[in-house]
Write a protein that binds this ligand. Sequence first.
Ligand code: ZN
Length: 155
Amino acid sequence: MEMAKNDALQLKELEEFARKAEQEGKGHAAKLFRAGAASKTARIHGYLRKLKRVKDTNTNCKLLIKEAQKNEKLLIKMTNIASTDNDKISERLFRYSVEVEKTFAIMLSGSLEYTDNQTNKDFFVCKVCGHIATGSLPDKCPVCKVKKQAFTPTL
Ligand SMILES: [Zn+2]
């Protein structure tokens, strides 16, 4: 599982590297980084199949709720450490993440009650803090206060 988590982190890093290379006009490097990201994705899917982590949706929701709650507790500790260290940037990042994890766990709990026939809400994700809004787009992010232009819809 640690290898899968490490690959998942590197996957996101490769996506960011590709975005940066694109901004710098280095299309070949961007393509290579995206190829590396696709390769990591294939490996991560392989790990998930081997670990048999993907179950039915209710079981997956319950697993994610537990993980969100565990992450929330860890992030609270990290917020306190950053505060003690007077590391304002990390403190803010962790504080935002606590709120995001809390909201996600609540949404997951609610989703256990519905099927697609009962609800089909849209979700919007804040690019700054990761907050997930549902239903309609908020005027500003309730967590980091950025304007609604920072939200992207999910399909
Ligand atoms: Zn936000």
